[in-house]
Ligand binder design. Structure first.
Ligand SMILES: Cc1cc2nc3c(=O)[nH]c(=O)nc-3n(C[C@H](O)[C@H](O)[C@H](O)COP(=O)(O)OP(=O)(O)OC[C@H]3O[C@@H](n4cnc5c(N)ncnc54)[C@H](O)[C@@H]3O)c2cc1C
Length: 429
């Protein structure tokens, strides 16, 4: 990335990354779509720390998002449909499985995986979420907690994205306190019989492998790979979402679902094992927030250079410059933090509080940046054509899944104070 500070943009040049809008044909002052542009957000030249391979992969993903996703995603988002046509194309990128080594997976470093996720999210948070659920939750569960035989069986087709994964942990009555999950897994001969309900499970309406977390006869939590078409498994899409509308989140009911014993993840003994997956995927979600924030900033900057009011580009006004500078400061802050966290992850110096701090901080900043960016586009800011509105809606869900911002703060708070503030004491009267 090369920073081009202070460069005025030719208003006629545009910064188009996709098709013209289907409606809204009347002149608006700035031709949509505006998503990103030649200006960049790498103000402290973090790119200098990357290898040529990392830069090339990042560019490949960025080009893919600009070419294949941006031009088609808005109608899918409006209709709340998942763009299945993109799955074979995403597979071609060879990114499924992110950091997982072997089994056809790319075995990226944490930083490389992060750069990929950032670019996916910069383009679209539904696509980054779909890929994240598949790779960082479903595949990572198998990679971290499966037996060798399970990895050999499940991971290669998932790496080729011929099989899609989902991760069923949350329940209708247990979100933040999912450690108390009530779905049961009863041993019956060579099988386990699953019963219960799951909620919000991304990709689950069409996934080939859904990892269901359930409590066994011993009271401990286990992970079970439920294969598509298993009788008693029913996944209904949750309708009316205002965020991540392309992601198919499901309410699942499990009625005497028989799962072969060899589909129980061999390395899961307690909920603590589940948390190993959540740590890895939370790190990925943190990158998503940065990607979305960059999309908001770059779009606002490009728009401000083109849109004129009072005879001058918005970019020439002091208050607009202040707001853009604040956005850039936040993005620079997040990138520096996350590059360092990626190093710590590679060195094995990771912990849930360290990852929670990142996820909490970036999601908060991304929400603020996207709200500001939307405002700076004026009325056009609420049009899907300009892309910021979609990101602004979608970031709301990023702040909730994988643990809300509040919960991340409680994880950090417990670490730095020594007090567990999760469960309040019951009043004595
Ligand atoms: C779009 C989307 C996709 C998702 N995808 C998946 C998926 O693929 N797989 C999966 O298993 N789950 C998934 N989830 C579930 C997600 O992880 C949960 O929604 C999340 O953990 C919060 O749980 P909840 O919605 O039940 O909220 P609740 O736990 O009911 O929380 C409600 C509010 O109470 C606050 N709160 C809770 N406990 C405390 C406390 N101790 N102190 C202070 N405040 C507290 C929360 O911060 C929140 O603000 C998804 C959710 C969404 C919205």
């Amino acid at each position: 990335m090369k920073a081009t500070h202070g460069t005025a943009v030719d208003p006629g040049q545009g910064v188009s990354n996709g098709a013209l809008p289907s409606s809204n044909e009347k002149p608006s002052g700035v031709e949509p779509p505006v998503l990103g542009g030649p200006e960049h957000s790498d103000y402290y030249l973090l790119d200098n720390l990357l290898t040529d391979e990392q830069r090339a992969l990042r560019q490949k993903v960025r080009d893919f998002m600009n070419r294949e996703v941006t031009p088609i995603i808005n109608p899918y988002w409006e209709r709340a449909e998942f763009p299945h046509e993109l799955v074979p194309k995403l597979a071609q990128l060879g990114i499924a499985g992110f950091q997982i080594p072997g089994y056809g997976c790319p075995g990226m470093s944490n930083l490389t995986a992060g750069l990929v996720i950032l670019e996916l999210a910069r383009g679209d948070l539904s696509i980054s979420t779909f890929t994240g659920v598949h790779s960082a939750l479903a595949m990572m569960s198998i990679a971290l907690l499966g037996s060798e035989e399970q990895k050999q069986r499940f991971l290669p087709p998932m790496a080729r994205m011929e099989k899609v994964g989902a991760f069923g942990l949350t329940e209708p009555a247990h979100g933040t306190d999912v450690v108390k999950l009530e779905t049961t897994a009863r041993r019956d001969g060579d099988s386990y019989i699953l019963n219960g309900y799951k909620r919000w499970i991304g990709n689950a309406t069409f996934a080939d492998y859904v990892i269901i977390w359930a409590r066994g006869d011993d009271g401990h939590v286990g992970g079970y790979v439920v294969e598509k078409g298993t009788p008693g498994f029913d996944a209904q899409v949750i309708k009316g979402k205002t965020a991540l509308r392309c992601v198919q989140n499901a309410q699942i009911s499990l009625t005497d679902v028989r799962v072969p014993a060899e589909n129980r993840l061999a390395g899961v003994n307690t909920f603590r094992d589940t948390e190993k997956v959540l740590l890895a995927s939370r790190f990925c979600v943190a990158w998503e927030s940065i990607g979305a924030a960059i999309a908001g900033y770059e779009t606002a900057l490009a728009y401000a250079k083109q849109r004129k009011q009072f005879g001058m580009p918005l970019a020439a006004f002091q208050l607009i410059q202040y707001r853009l500078s604040r956005m850039l400061a936040d993005i620079t802050d997040m990138l520096c933090m996350q590059y360092r966290l990626s190093q710590l992850m590679d060195e094995g110096e990771y912990s849930m509080p360290r990852v929670a701090l990142a996820k909490m901080h970036y999601t908060e900043r991304a929400r603020a940046i996207l709200a500001d960016a939307r405002d700076m586009l004026g009325g056009n800011g609420i049009l899907l054509d300009y892309h910021v509105a979609r990101h602004l809606c979608d970031i709301e869900a990023i702040g909730t899944y994988e643990g809300t911002d509040t919960v991340q703060a409680l994880i950090v708070g417990r670490d730095i104070t020594g007090y567990n503030a999760f469960v309040p004491s019951v009043p004595s009267r």
